[in-house]
Ligand binder design. Sequence first.
Ligand SMILES: [Zn+2]
Length: 126
Amino acid sequence: MLKNPRNKCLVCQSPLVGRRDKRFCTDSCRSIHHQQLKKELPPVIKRVNQILLSNREILAELNPEGKKTLSRDTLLRKGFDFRHFTHQVRTRTGNTYQFCYDQGYIIFEDDKVVLVRQEQETPKRK
Ligand SMILES: [Zn+2]
């Protein structure tokens, strides 16, 4: 059982009385919570999310050092889907990189692909 140290209902935030492991003020708040958990994303969103995550995995696996040149075929054989990426980054020299989250790539005319990695942002301290 998850503890609810805030002593507030997870749904409506009203204060909880009674047992310490209580998470909801009423049965109706409990059922709202469970309905929210069950709510599924539309299939098209799930499918694209899966492709993006899979693309990112492939890039990360092939590019452990943060920079790598390989052929387009290598990515295709791994199941990479070139139609889906999260964003593009245009460099000062006019090249456009496609990114799947932190993992990026650029395709050159001879079907060589250069993989790059976005620098990790240092988390800000409080
Ligand atoms: Zn409640």
